[in-house]
Ligand binder design. Structure first.
Ligand code: UTP
Length: 417
């Protein structure tokens, strides 16, 4: 059987005949490219993921319990100093690296280009999100007299643009020998009928496989090996879209090392019991972030003896892993969640359709699903106004407008300290 026949047979088996029709119309080169792509895709996996979108997530008999955490604001001076000394020493010894996950599509923000190239309108002139992150790291380098190796996860789609952007801006002054870009894996997008979408390049449209793809791609691209060579022990993994994200928090790092855990995370307390954020808990004895949609209303409102929400610690994409922990998770399979998003595509007449409303499923693994592979996690509660200024939506909550205000207020407070 030729590759073309194999591809057509797979497409028939998985009811993707619209792609057979497309193949017939393509020139030899494009045809070969598409056939090559089809033979690499795991159609069975995509079929199962699509079928799962139609099922209710069953919340099996799970034992959900509150998880313990420390509140940074309530640590004694002595405790803070201890954690800080430990954390500082790790960074000063050059055993600390940072990973920025910048492979998302940023569909809600609607910015053309990688999210890190979005300019936040701060202080008149504005600053790109990548620029803000670089400033944060450069500040840490100055404090701890080192250069922290920085790994930036891109997607196959935005890797070249990201690289060009950083080159053009001279990495905002960061030593480029310490910056590594690596692209994450992809999965095809499917529409509500389970049909694969076709992109402008006449190939099956694929998109990055979620921020949980960070572990497998750190391994497959050789980034873990590179970290080992540099003698890295702890790795911070954060997003690209929090304008006041602290990527080198010595208190969190020292606490993680002192508690002898392999993973740690910064949280902020929920704005209200029904805020739509995932919160930390223990599920069947292991750490987990439970989605707001999965947390029963009664539990969401429960308070402890101090009047604090029992399930109030929200995950803000501010995580620490030991190198061993990253390696361990890279060998596991994380579950996939489906996100219903807007994705343009080429229709049967070759016309590009740009949808106004979500039209397709993107399958994503989430970084926090890695927590359940560990018995314990160190959680440090930070402060929303010091740690969390997300840029998610075009307007309203968690938008450039709110992030700008939080960013400027934060830096105003630092000046007056
Ligand atoms: P989000 O889940 O908020 O996704 O990403 P997003 O792509 O930025 O935005 P929407 O949902 O399409 O509007 C949280 C962090 O994880 C990264 C993002 O770049 C962001 O830093 N991410 C997300 C990846 O690196 N890869 C992915 O596949 C998804």
């Amino acid at each position: 059987m030729s590759d073309l026949e194999k591809a057509e047979s797979i497409l028939r088996e998985y009811k993707q005949e619209h792609i057979i029709k497309l193949i017939e119309k393509l020139d030899e080169e494009k045809k070969n490219e598409l056939v090559g792509q089809i033979l690499k895709i795991d159609f069975n996996q995509i079929h199962e993921l699509y079928e799962n979108t139609k099922k209710q997530i069953e919340f099996k008999e799970k034992k959900i319990e509150p998880i313990s955490y420390l509140d940074k604001a309530k640590l004694s001076e002595e405790q803070t100093k201890k954690f800080n000394d430990i954390g500082r020493e790790i960074i000063e010894k050059g055993e600390y690296a940072v990973v920025t996950m910048a492979g998302g599509q940023g569909t809600r923000l609607g910015h053309t280009g990688p999210k890190g190239t979005f300019k936040l309108d701060v202080y008149g002139k504005g600053k790109y999100l990548f620029e803000i992150l670089t400033e944060n790291l450069k500040e840490a380098n100055k404090l701890y007299k080192t250069t922290i190796p920085w790994y930036i996860m891109t997607s196959k789609e935005n890797n070249d643009v990201t690289k060009e952007f950083l080159e053009k801006n001279n990495y905002f002054g960061y030593d480029k020998n310490y910056v590594t870009l690596f692209a994450q894996g992809e999965l095809p997008l499917v529409n509500t009928e389970g049909k694969l979408l076709i992109g402008k390049d006449m190939k099956i449209k694929e998109a990055s496989d979620g921020n949980g793809g960070v572990f497998a791609s750190l391994a497959s691209t050789g980034a873990i090996a590179d970290m080992k060579q540099r003698n890295i022990k702890w790795i911070f993994i954060g997003g690209v879209d929090n304008a006041i994200l602290k990527m080198a928090d010595i208190t969190l790092l020292g606490m993680a090392e002192q508690n002898k855990v392999q993973i740690a995370s910064k949280s902020v307390v929920k704005a209200n019991p029904h805020e739509k954020v995932g919160v930390f808990c223990k599920c069947n004895g292991t750490p987990k972030v439970i989605e707001y949609s999965e947390l029963p209303e009664k539990m969401a409102e429960e308070v402890d003896n101090n009047g604090e929400l029992k399930y109030g610690e929200s995950h803000i994409m501010c995580n620490l892993f030991t190198i061993d922990a990253i390696e361990k998770v890279s060998k596991e399979t994380l579950m996939y969640h489906s996100a219903f998003k807007k994705n343009s595509y080429i229709d049967e007449n070759g016309k590009e359709i740009v949808p106004e409303e979500p039209n397709s499923y993107k399958f994503e693994a989430f970084i926090f699903d890695a927590f359940e592979f560990f018995d314990d996690i160190a959680i440090l509660r930070g402060k929303r106004e010091d740690d969390f200024a997300p840029v998610k939506n075009k307007e309203g909550v968690d938008s450039p407008k709110t992030a700008k205000e939080l960013y400027e207020k934060y830096w105003e407070r630092q000046k007056n300290k």
